[in-house]
Ligand binder design. Structure first.
Ligand SMILES: C[S@@+](CC[C@H](N)C(=O)[O-])C[C@H]1O[C@@H](n2cnc3c(N)ncnc32)[C@H](O)[C@@H]1O
Ligand SMILES: Nc1nc2[nH]cc(C(=O)O)c2c(=O)[nH]1
Ligand code: SF4
Ligand SMILES: [Mg+2]
Length: 271
């Protein structure tokens, strides 16, 4: 099992009590743990995951519900974050969320990690650009099939969440694709485009987006930088989607990425 280093309870209590004297470089942290990178071109690489809380989108399938639909976190300062990261035996750090690029403090953390020689991956939905030191931008643009509706609310959602889903549908739909932001991200960084795919109905939108991005961006976007990832936060759901998505990758000449951590540890937290 991955090694866990929980954000300590006093940090949570301090913040909740309003007696929060955290430094201004603090980030809202949902979890911090060491595992194997489960997705993308670096799958299998031991990595420390820093999961920030808060997101500008609301995918109905979000596997990190407590960073988006119902965010929970403790505010943790840069020095404490670096100490916790250094305590693990890994030279790769994955900054994820939620949407990590919402927070300007993410850029400060990335710079400090770079100075210490870490390889950094940022998992992002591709709607926000920051002047930040990123070794691999792992961009996952959100397709129409991610948009929540009252009928397609997060799993286990109560009536309130169904109403939330209805209210979020319009904003999610409006904000999920920002072609300028996507172009800037691929121009600035080494990158992979990692699409969450359920079935063949997702493919026309992916092909259209790629055509638009190839027009808009000043760098080339080879098919080998395009990855199809099966939708599924659990082993049971992945069993339904992965073979279909693998076949689509073969048909279109794109890469397929597994979700190794789901295969290994299902939907356990801190994996
Ligand atoms: C929780 S998101 C956080 C980073 C950023 N907000 C984003 O969406 O890219 C991390 C990764 O998990 C993917 N993801 C989230 N829920 C998923 C699901 N149910 N099935 C497959 N991938 C999922 C996202 O597309 C993204 O690549
Ligand atoms: N093992 C593991 N690999 C991952 N790659 C991207 C993840 C994410 O949530 O951003 C993730 C995750 O949550 N766990
Ligand atoms: S953009 Fe990422 S964190 Fe936000 S709701 Fe979608 S999958 Fe979750
Ligand atoms: Mg994840």
């Amino acid at each position: 099992m991955p090694v866990s280093d929980r954000v300590d309870e006093t940090t949570v209590a301090d913040a909740a009590a309003g007696g929060d004297d955290r430094p201004s470089d603090a980030l809202p942290i949902n979890e911090l743990f060491c595992s194997l990178q489960g997705e993308g071109t670096l799958a299998g690489v031991p990595s420390v995951f820093v999961r920030t809380s808060g997101c500008n989108l609301r995918c109905w399938f979000c596997d990190s519900y407590h960073t988006s639909w119902e965010p929970t976190h403790a505010r943790v300062g840069l020095e404490e974050l670096l100490e916790e990261i250094d305590a693990f035996d890994a030279d790769h750090v994955v900054l994820t969320g939620g949407e990590p690029l919402l927070h300007e403090e993410s850029a400060t953390l990335l710079e400090a990690l770079d100075e210490r020689g870490y390889h950094t991956t940022v998992e992002t939905n591709g709607t926000i650009v920051r002047d930040a030191q990123i070794d691999l931008a792992s961009i996952s643009p959100k397709l129409a099939s991610s948009t929540p509706t009252p009928e397609r609310a997060p799993d286990g959602a109560d009536a309130d969440a169904e109403i939330d889903a209805g209210q979020w549908a319009e904003r999610h739909e409006r904000e999920r694709i920002d072609l300028e932001a996507l172009a800037e991200l691929v121009e600035r960084h080494d990158y992979q485009l990692k699409f969450v795919v359920t079935d063949g109905d997702d493919m026309p939108e992916i092909l259209e987006l790629l055509a638009d991005l190839r027009e808009a961006a000043a760098v080339s976007i080879p098919d080998e930088n395009v990855l199809l990832m099966p939708e599924g936060a659990t082993r049971d759901r992945l069993a339904e989607t992965r073979e279909r998505v693998a076949d689509l990758a073969i048909d279109h000449g794109f890469r397929y990425t597994p979700r190794l951590h789901v295969d290994l540890w299902n939907d356990a937290p801190e994996t």
